[in-house]
Every structure is written in C-alpha cells, then in structure tokens.
Design a binder for this molecule. Structure first.
Ligand SMILES: *Cc1c(COP(=O)(O)O)cnc(C)c1O
Length: 416
C-alpha cells in the first residue's frame, strides 16, 4: 500500500486546492448595478422596471408559486414567514438541531418558542423527531435544507398536515435545489431564501419569501415594511399590523437579478462534478455517504460522508488534508459552530431582548427544556461526518484527486 502523506508519503494532490467559495461576480452584476445607480431612485417601490420586482417575478416563475417578496436577508425572510403564519407569544415553532442560529432566532424574534429536534443521516430534520415534538402549542415547523441537500419534505409535509402545522422551508443553503422535480421553497407553505455572501448566489445581503397564499403574502409585506399599508391598497383587504423595515434596495435587487441569470449553469456544473465524485466512491468500504433522498436535486456544494466514530473522523480528516484535500469534520467539540444548536447559548438559556421572553411570558403554556446534550443523535452524525467543499470550476482531474485521496486514506484506516 502506498504510504499516507501524513506518514511522510507522497500526497495525492500536490496542486493547490483553490476551490473555496462558489460565488462569481462579473460583468453582468456590474452592468445591472450601474443601471440601478443611473435610475431615478434606489427605492424599489418607486423605481421603474425595478430589479427587486424582477427578482420576485423570476422566483415566482422558477418556483411556480404565485407570490414572492424580496427582503434584505434570509433572517428577515424567516421573520416575515413566521409572522405571516401568525406565530407569536404562546406558540412553538419546531426547528432542526443543525441549522444556522438565525432559523431559531427568527422564531424568538416574533415572541414564539423554538423547539429543537434531532437530525438524521440526511443531516436534516428527522421527520419522526418532528412528529414527536408536536404539542397543542405548535404553530409551525421550519424544515431546513442544509448544505445544499433537501430535507425529507414528503414526510414532513404529511405530518404537518395531519397536525395542522404550517410548513416553512429554510432554503438559505439550498437555493436552486429540487425535490423530485419540484423546487425547494415551493413544497411547504412558505419558502425562505437568503442571498447573503456565503450562499449559492448572492446580492451581498438579501433574501426572499415565497408563498401560495395571498393573505400570507400581504402579512409578510406588512411585516417587511412598516409603511406598506399606506401605499398599497390591494393589500388593505387584510388587516395591517406594525411592521419593520426589511425592504430590498435596488442595488441588491440588481446584483441578485444578475446572479439568477447564471443560476442553472452554475448548478449543472456543481452537480456534474459531485456526481463524478460520488460515482468514483462506489464500493469504498467503511464510509457512508450522507443520505440524499433525491440526488438529482442536490445543489452539490459539498460532499459529506460518515465514518464509524468521531475519533476516526478526526484522524481521517487530518490524513485527507495531508493528501492535499482540505476538509473538516462537522462537529469536534472545538470551534463553536453557529450551525449546531449546542452553541446557541442565548436560546438554550432562554434569553431575549427584554426580561419578558417567549418562554416566561404568561401566554406560553408549554414547557420546552433545552440542554447542550439534548440531541445526541445529531451530534453523533456531525461528529462522524467529514465534509469537503466542492466548486463549479472543478475539472475531472480535480474530482479524481478527491476520490483518490479518500480511497487512499480509507484503504489505510477503515476496516474491510
Ligand atoms: C444563512 C442562513 C440563514 C440566514 O440568512 P441571512 O441572509 O444571513 O440572514 C438562515 N438559515 C440558514 C440555514 C442559513 O444558512
């Protein structure tokens, strides 16, 4: 057997692995931003041929959903959705243990209580854990599609319908992903997108809410703009309530509208590359790929696989890095990853901006308890998971390096 690089052998890849972020900003973004700057106003509701409005129309078309609303972040999108759904003091909203903290924070910000449930080998919400967590106070569930991979939407929607729970999809990390031919974000009652810089496409900051329901979009619009009621009569059929300002500016609209033009080409490249790698790993014993219920719909921004124990995962990860393939385990007790519930101190300690909180307010009759170890299954999967970022510019030789490096380390460390 060839000596591992970590033991002084020759690395599989000597060329630098330069595949970091997948975001590309080019001439079209510059052209549209200049157009926005040359317009009469950067206020989207007065701009002629508004970029923000064109972005909304694009998503209506893409998702096949009648109503969309551009906002200034993914967090704002989630806040608009939970508010539009009517969640507030006294209500619970179920969220997965593995997601960016904003998913849970959005719930707290409308005065509702986040209920944290386990994930499974999809690294997304375990539908059974969701069902088991439903109480008379459950208003909504937020199904998150982490790292480009879809949650089990059929199961989640079916359980939710049975219990009269509203389904919000957090598509921040899986913009463009599909689920058996349907667009993520169109499967539940609300789809919430982020256009922040780390995401698949970006406007620097930005977000979008999608829904099938006319009343709900009116409510989302009220939440996203304190003044909305004063200049849109159409929406005044639904009683207004005090909102905030989560509006998108024309600059961000221009950036996002340029990015969506390249969307499908980007996804095709990412998917082709990941498929090559997954095919190349067939038959490698001892590694278990993350379960992707519909591989065709995976955004394919990373490759995640599990080994038997967290200790082995760390050893594997170090050896793989030495072979020239940057990677990391998803949870190792070290770095306080904001995507793991265990590090959401403000939530675990039930703190909010004022002394009256969603948990201690008189309207809340439930009894949610949190602890750092409350979701051991999720921590186990994350601890045993090794993750490699993929990129649209990877060529066949790059994918081969990934495959060969994994195969080489597996041959040394994993039992036959
Ligand atoms: C990034 C992210 C958000 C929040 O989006 P912002 O645009 O940063 O506010 C919400 N949920 C998940 C899963 C995310 O990754």
């Amino acid at each position: 057997m060839e000596k591992l690089a970590i033991d002084g052998g020759k690395p599989v890849r000597t060329k630098e692995y330069t595949f970091g972020g997948i975001v590309e900003v080019g001439d079209l973004e510059k052209e549209y931003v200049m157009q926005a700057l040359d317009g009469d106003t950067l206020f989207r509701f007065h701009a002629k041929n508004s970029f923000a409005a064109r972005l909304e129309a694009y998503y209506q078309d893409r998702l096949g959903v009648p109503y969309t609303l551009a906002v200034n972040s993914g967090t704002s999108a989630l806040i608009c959705a939970v508010a539009a759904a009517g969640a507030g003091p006294g209500d619970e909203v179920i969220v997965p243990a593995y997601t960016y903290i904003a998913t849970a924070a959005a719930v707290v910000s409308v005065g509702a209580v986040p209920v944290i449930v386990e994930c499974d080998d999809t690294l997304n919400m375990d539908p059974q854990a969701f069902e088991a967590a439903i109480t008379p106070y459950t208003k909504a569930v937020i199904a998150v599609h982490m790292r480009g991979v879809m949650a089990q939407m059929n199961e989640i929607v079916e359980i939710a319908r049975k219990h009269n729970v509203i389904v919000i999809e957090d598509v921040a990390q899986a913009n463009g992903g599909t689920y058996f031919g349907k667009q993520l974000g169109s499967l539940g009652d609300f789809g919430c997108f982020s256009l922040q810089s780390f995401k698949i496409i970006t406007a620097g900051e930005g977000g979008l809410v999608a829904t099938h329901d006319k009343q709900w979009i009116s409510r989302a619009r009220f939440k996203h703009d304190a003044g909305y009621q004063f200049w849109d009569d159409e929406h005044n059929k639904v009683p207004a309530f005090a909102g905030e300002n989560f509006r998108m500016s024309e600059i961000n609209g221009a950036l996002a509208f340029a990015q969506v033009q390249k969307f499908d080409e980007l996804l095709t490249k990412l998917r082709t590359n990941k498929k090559r790698i997954v095919d190349g790993l067939k038959g490698v014993e001892g590694i278990q790929l993350q379960r992707v219920v519909d591989p065709e719909g995976d955004c394919s921004i990373c490759l995640n696989f599990f080994v038997e124990t967290p200790e082995l995962a760390q050893k594997f990860s170090d050896a793989l890095s030495a072979e020239g393939i940057p990677n990391g385990t998803l949870f190792n007790g070290g770095f306080a990853d904001r995507h793991i519930y265990r590090h959401w101190d403000s939530i675990l300690e039930k703190r909010a901006a004022s002394p009256v909180t969603p948990w201690n307010c008189k309207d809340y009759k439930g009894n949610v308890q949190y602890s750092k170890d409350m979701c051991p299954k999720t921590l186990d999967y994350l601890g045993r998971a090794i993750s490699i970022y993929l990129n649209q510019n990877m060529q066949e030789e790059d994918s081969n390096d990934v495959v060969n490096a994994i195969r080489k380390v597996a041959a040394h460390y994993l039992k036959k």
